[in-house]
Design a protein. Sequence first.
Length: 303
Amino acid sequence: MYEKMLRYMNEQDHLRRLLLHEPRGRPEMSVMLIVPPCDPRADVGFLIMAPGDWVPMSGSNTICTTTVVLETGMVPMKEPLTEVRLDTAAGLITANAECIDGECKSVSFDNIPAFVYALDKKITISGIGTIAVDIAYGGQWYVIAQAQDLNTQIKTSNAAKLVDIGKRLKEAVLSQCMPTHPENPKIRGINNVIISDPWNSSNGTKSVRHAAIVTPGRLDRSPCGTGSSSRLAVLYARGQLEVGEGVLFRSIIDTEFKGHIRGSVKLAGMDAVLPTIQGRAWITGERQVRLDPSDPFPAGFLI
């Protein structure tokens, strides 16, 4: 599926721009392209078109795609639990949907191995100074920084500031290192940035609120499934989370994902964890997209 994603990226990128650029799209959107699976074990395949690029994996979009293929009948729904195997550019993902009266009440998915590239790496950001960040992979590459170190707060009124800091932090990291997946050297660089509040361990459950700044510079409205997976890998590497222990992730608008580590593995000799993320999606409508032959912007536009 990764090779199929590259082919679409090189030959069909006008489709991504048509759907995600103005006037048909907006920076906060993603589009899932349902395709026949390449892996014979999979029920369905999907490719992820994001505003800035094509990406190999997205947790929130895995939850959305699972919900859509079940509630629309593309994949048969079995109550009370339906297993859906999804072929993604990052690998085979197994999702389990809790189904009641024809609806998906929740979706959990077993993500690909997540691992740490660096802990407490010192990064110098123009106008801010030198801070320590973590770098980890959970389906995409993430830089994870603390809001207090960046002199900011995780709140919607700070949206523009968070996006600006995230873009500068990403540039600073890439000027100093180039994280590369050990099994696929084409998966390299930094995709997104997480700016986090401190961890909370009240009521016996770890929880955290964070903002995910994703390419090309927008705030994720979800807690970010691949980003949350990256954070599970960091917690495990620090000895702060055990296999099976639950974590609650909250987004900047207080949407929630639950996560846990279901096991640990070796990935090309590196320590990695197997994350599971749970959340819910809702179908909000159906849409037809049209392109008039005389439209002066057949691939949309950005401002």
